[in-house]
Design a protein around this ligand. Structure first.
Ligand code: IMP
Length: 424
């Protein structure tokens, strides 16, 4: 019987801890597939006392017997990918038999990175806070129908096509000052694509069809988060891809009626890196405390993440847009020890209270905050503190789906599964 593809994605502004959950549940899935984004992502996994950060490769790569697919919706920087592969090799993981790359995935060129930097510099104060990995310009070339794809590496006119695209980029870059020197990276890029060509390149849509038909389950792993989605995020302060569950269909070539569970990952609080609206942001010592205790510094850029209380209107929006069927709550341990925590239950916009995400929150909305009793650090291995259970029950009641997994620390082992106790 045909199997389903489950989707796991971020329900906030990214950095929710998706990598850890994928790694924990990976044994249930023979195939893990990334469907969008690129090296702007940084999925951190910690086990056996060692920290690993993945940018392009799916988070199932540490599990023997799991195949990891980089789907057509992903943009790949060959230089970053090769560094990642070398890093994994040094950690004792040989990816050759575990990694598949879609021929339809687009390639990030050194000039895409230069264009990203130039575009951000030009925006001045209104800059997005891009990771400067070339993501936006690469997706622009994809939709502009100029892009280079992994499958082009197998053609013999690659040099010509590369040259054409670089010349187009150079014409654009000529309008900017102080652009990074992309020529310095060209040889490294060429060497990296030569290695990329030797990996297992596949037509991922056919590969996944065969996988599902043969009864093997697939997990689609999202990057970034719902509120950074190109359509439904806090535009224009968003990334350039579809981070939502529908993106798993277009980013892998799997039809919607093959989707099974949709697991939304969220933190017990909120963070955001880069610019853009953040209704529950804490600008005080408490925000700093969460940042320090939660190590809220970007795994890709090292930037300090902005921190704030959990935002229920935003979480409910993510549940709706994605069709989330269950939630995983991360970093509950970071808030442990506080006497009181706050939950944002609604927004006040133009004198009205709403529980819905307005069209535009870039002008700012006022969060309606609800105090909740804090919880102590969890001591017993198999039980959550009662106040934390009440916090979770409040969230479930507000968004209408169960929280089935609670993470109480970075290690694989610090994870608790809960019964599905959906409130109405
Ligand atoms: P870009 O995707 O590099 O163009 O960045 C666009 C916006 O998305 C910026 O605000 C970034 O900080 C944010 N962003 C991109 N990737 C991630 C991520 O993996 N986690 C959190 N924020 C991200």
């Amino acid at each position: 019987m045909s199997a389903r593809m489950d989707v796991l994605l971020g329900a906030q502004w990214g950095d929710e801890g998706k990598g850890k959950v994928v790694d924990v549940i990976a044994p249930e899935y023979p195939v893990i597939a990334r469907f969008q984004g690129g090296p702007n992502a940084g999925h951190t996994l910690i086990f056996e006392g060692r920290k690993h950060v993945l940018h392009t490769i799916p988070s199932g790569v540490f599990r023997e017997g799991t195949l990891n697919l980089v789907g057509n919706g992903v943009v790949i920087d060959p230089i970053v990918l090769m560094k990642e592969i070398d890093g994994l090799k040094a950690a004792g993981v040989d990816v050759r038999d575990r990694l598949l790359i879609s021929r339809r995935a687009h390639l990030i060129l050194p000039t895409h990175r230069a264009l990203d930097a130039a575009s951000e510099a030009e925006k001045g104060k209104s800059k997005i806070g891009s990771t400067l990995k070339g993501i936006g310009p690469t997706y622009m070339d994809k939709t502009g129908r100029n892009g280079l794809r992994v499958g082009d590496l197998e053609r013999n006119d690659l040099g010509e096509r590369y040259g054409q695209l670089v010349r187009k980029h150079e014409r654009l870059l000529a309008n900017h000052e102080n652009v990074p020197d992309h020529r310095a990276m060209e040889q490294e890029w060429m060497d990296a694509v030569a290695r990329l060509r030797e990996l297992r390149l596949v037509d991922s849509e056919h590969f996944l069809e065969d996988t599902l038909r043969s009864g093997q389950r697939v997990l689609a792993e999202g990057a970034q988060g719902t509120l950074l989605d190109i359509d439904f995020g806090t535009y224009p302060f968003v990334t350039s891809s579809s981070t939502i569950s529908a993106g798993a269909c277009t980013g892998l070539g799997v039809p919607p009626n093959r989707i099974g569970k949709v697991v939304g990952i969220f933190k017990a609080y909120c963070t955001r890196v880069g610019s853009g609206p953040f209704p529950t942001e804490l600008h005080d010592a408490l925000g700093e405390q969460i940042r320090q205790v939660g190590h809220e510094f970007g795994s890709t850029t090292g930037r300090a993440r902005r921190c704030g209380w959990l935002d229920l209107p935003a979480l409910r929006y993510a549940v709706t847009i994605n069709g989330i069927t269950e939630l995983a709550m991360m970093k509950a341990d970071v808030l442990a020890g506080m006497d009181q925590v706050m939950l944002c239950s609604a927004y006040r916009v133009d004198g009205r209270t709403t529980e819905r995400m307005p069209y535009d929150i870039t002008g700012g909305v006022e969060p309606v905050l609800e105090p909740m009793e804090g919880w102590p650090a969890s001591t017993a291995n198999d039980q959550l503190p009662a106040a934390l259970e009440r916090y979770i029950a409040r969230i479930e009641a507000a968004v209408g789906v169960p929280v089935t997994l609670v993470s109480l620390g970075p290690d694989r082992a610090q994870t608790m599964l809960r019964d599905a106790s959906v409130a109405q």
